[in-house]
Design a protein around this ligand. Structure first.
Ligand SMILES: Nc1ncnc2c1ncn2[C@@H]1O[C@H](COP(=O)(O)OP(=O)(O)OP(=O)(O)O)[C@@H](O)[C@H]1O
Ligand SMILES: [Mg+2]
Length: 253
C-alpha cells in the first residue's frame, strides 16, 4: 500500500478521465488534509465536477487512484463510499420536490441506514426523530411540513446540506452549493456550512464560483484549469497569484 502522511484524509494520484478524444481530467494529483475547508475553483469546464464525481465513485472508466484514509476507494460504489464516511451534494438539486422538508430529511436518514428494516414503523419513527433534530440544527423546523418545491432556494440548499450530513460523513463534497443564490444568501449558507464543519471536526471539499466566499471560508484553495491543477495554496497565496488572476481575467473577457 502507498505510504501516506497520517494527516491526509484523501489522496488522488494520476486521475485521468476522458470522454472520447476529450480529456476532462488530465493526470490530477491532489491531497486533502483532515479538518480542511478546501475550495476547488476554476473556469467553467475546468473539470471540477468531474473530479468530485471521481472521488465520489460516480464515474466509470477513471484511471488512477483515489485513497481515503490510506485505502483505495477507486472501485467502490457511491453507497459504499457513504458508509466509509464520504457524503456529497450535487451541482443540480437532488431533493424530492413534491415531498415535504421532513420527508426529504427522513429519506436521507433511511438511505444512510441502508437497510430495509429502517422502513419498519418503529425504526422509521426513530429516523424521523433524527430528521427533525437535524432540521432544528439547520434551522428549518418551521418548514418541516412544507413541500421542498415551495422553499426559497437558500433554504432548499440548506436542506441539501443537512441531508448530506445525515450519514455523518467525515468528508463532505459540495459541488456549487450556492449555485443560483444571491450574494447575501451565498454568504449566509457558506458561513453556516463552515461553522458546522468546524464544530463537528469534519473535512470539506467544495466547488464555488464566488471568489469572495472562497477567500472568506476556505483554509486552502486548489485552482483547476483545462482538466489539470494550476496551483494550490492558502487563500492569500491564491489571491496574490498572477497566473490565477490571468485565468479569471481571461474568463471575464
Ligand atoms: N458526460 C460527458 N460527456 C462529454 N463531455 C463531458 C461530460 N461531462 C463533462 N464533460 C466535459 O468535461 C469538461 C469538464 O466538465 P466539468 O463538469 O467537470 O466542469 P466544471 O469545472 O465542473 O465546470 P462548471 O464550472 O461549469 O460546473 C467540460 O468540458 C464538459 O463539457
Ligand atoms: Mg461543475
Amino acid at each position: 500500500m502507498t505510504q501516506l502522511r497520517s494527516d491526509l484524509i484523501l489522496t488522488a494520484r494520476g486521475l485521468r478521465k476522458t470522454y472520447g478524444q476529450f480529456v476532462a481530467l488530465n493526470d490530477v494529483n491532489f491531497d486533502l488534509r483532515g479538518g480542511e475547508k478546501h475550495a476547488l475553483i476554476g473556469p467553467n469546464g475546468a473539470g471540477k465536477s468531474t473530479f468530485i464525481s471521481c472521488v465520489a465513485g460516480q464515474l466509470p472508466g477513471v484511471e488512477g487512484a483515489v485513497l481515503f484514509r490510506g485505502r483505495d476507494i477507486g472501485s467502490l460504489r457511491p453507497h459504499q463510499l457513504a458508509h466509509r464516511g464520504i457524503g456529497r451534494t450535487f451541482q443540480i438539486s437532488r431533493t424530492f420536490l413534491q415531498m415535504t422538508v421532513l420527508e426529504n430529511m427522513t429519506a436521507a436518514y433511511v438511505i444512510a441506514a441502508d437497510s430495509w428494516t429502517s422502513l419498519r414503523r418503529r425504526v422509521l419513527a426513530r429516523q424521523q426523530d433524527k430528521a427533525a433534530n437535524m432540521l432544528r440544527i439547520i434551522g428549518l423546523s418551521q418548514r418541516a411540513h412544507e413541500r421542498v418545491l415551495d422553499l426559497p432556494l437558500g433554504e432548499r440548499k440548506r436542506l441539501e446540506f443537512g441531508m448530506a450530513l445525515a450519514g455523518d460523513p467525515d468528508l463532505l463534497l459540495l459541488d456549487e452549493p450556492t449555485a443560483g443564490m444571491s450574494i447575501k444568501e451565498r454568504h449566509h449558507l457558506m458561513d453556516f456550512v463552515a461553522e458546522r464543519i468546524d464544530a463537528t471536526g469534519k473535512t470539506l471539499l467544495f466547488v464555488e464560483h464566488d471568489i469572495d466566499v472562497v477567500l472568506k471560508i476556505a483554509s486552502r484553495v486548489t485552482v483547476m484549469v483545462r482538466g489539470g491543477i494550476l496551483v494550490e495554496g492558502t487563500p492569500a497565496e491564491i489571491a496574490a497569484n498572477k497566473e490565477v488572476q490571468a485565468v479569471y481575467l481571461g474568463e471575464a473577457h
